[in-house]
Write a protein that binds this ligand. Structure first.
Ligand SMILES: [Zn+2]
Length: 331
């Protein structure tokens, strides 16, 4: 085993300073040097902003880079660490999973020092970066196979106080949707581990197939609102305009809300993001490809709900999720 993961620079130097998170080499690849930006204005909140956890979600790295252009001028206190790309091999390959080991970095936390490259990145992040922060913003997007409303997403957290803090900060982004998402595969996720440390974790998700100019503006506005809520900048909150409307709502999706494909085939969406649907309404159609006589199959809403996210026309396997539906959160 070579050296331990570490930062190559003093993150407590005043103002903007830059260096790398050194991830040691392993048996599968050489050491990685991941660029890190520290914006230090002394006492105050300590925030870590990360992008590029999944390699085919490029809005996060772009927004993180944009923040570095203007944040040093307006930051009034605290320290912000920005890592635009957590997973450089995956971003280079435009791949959700890391190409070297085929693993999903966001299921590997807290990682392993002697593991494969995804596990070593997770280990370095957990041992070196997370202890330096009280709050984490991890910038994702749903990726090219989904159409999705700009959202802050959080999973249910057992600690009621941390759950309330997380929802409150999430809502301060003023994105169209803040979503409480009941999920059955949260083991190894970055948020699960940060929550276990008693820290607030905000995951932003965008969608729409490709990286778009308007979506980036909404994304950056949401993150800026989060920075205002933390007290790191003193600016005016701006509610972003999404599809000609300014609004934000807090929704909840349960495991029983999963809308999945009954068979393999091409999924055709038959409703739009943020559309209200009644139980039995058509959400999409599934076109099997294996038989010339096979009819298309209707996929219908299991309950009265709002469509948060829908597959944007993709070949899907049987039981693959094709839509995420939700309803206003009851508190
Ligand atoms: Zn992601």
């Amino acid at each position: 085993m070579s050296e331990a993961p570490h930062l190559t620079f003093n993150i407590d130097a005043p103002g903007l300073s830059t260096g790398h998170l050194a991830v040691p080499k392993g048996t599968d690849c050489e050491a990685l040097s991941i660029p890190v930006f520290s914006l230090n204005r002394g006492e105050g909140p300590r925030l870590l902003i990360t992008g590029g956890n999944h390699g085919n979600e490029l809005e996060g790295p772009i927004v993180a880079r944009r923040l570095i252009e203007w944040l040093p001028e307006v930051q009034t206190c605290g320290r912000i660490l920005i890592v635009p790309v957590l997973n450089p091999p995956a971003v280079r390959a435009w791949s959700r999973n890391t190409p070297v080991d085929g693993l999903n970095l966001n299921r590997m936390f807290p990682g392993r020092a002697d593991g494969s490259v995804s596990e070593r990145i997770a280990d370095a992040v957990c041992r070196v970066l997370v202890p330096e922060a009280d709050t984490v913003f991890d910038l994702h997007s749903m990726g090219p196979r989904w159409d999705s409303a700009p959202a802050v997403i959080t999973h249910p957290i057992a600690d009621a106080d941390l759950m309330a803090k997380t929802l409150h900060l999430g809502e301060s982004f003023k994105l169209p949707v803040t979503l409480l998402w009941e999920h059955d595969q949260t083991a190894g996720m970055f948020d699960t581990w940060v929550h276990s440390q008693g820290k607030v974790f905000i995951c932003t998700e965008f969608g729409g197939g490709t990286v778009g100019f308007e979506d980036l503006k909404i994304y950056e506005t949401g993150v800026r609102n989060g920075l205002i809520a933390l007290g790191l900048i003193e600016e005016t909150v701006d509610i972003p305009t999404y599809r000609q409307q300014k609004f934000s709502q807090t929704l909840e999706t349960l495991l029983s809300d999963k809308v999945t494909s009954p068979a393999a085939g091409i999924f055709e969406p038959r409703c739009s993001v943020l559309q209200k649907v009644q139980q039995g309404d058509l959400i999409g159609k599934l076109h099997p490809m294996n038989s010339v006589s096979a009819d298309s199959v209707d996929i219908r809403a299991p309950s009265n709900s709002i469509v948060c996210t829908i597959k944007s026309g993709a070949h899907v396997i049987v039981n693959e999720e094709v839509a995420i539906i939700a309803r206003p959160l009851k508190r």
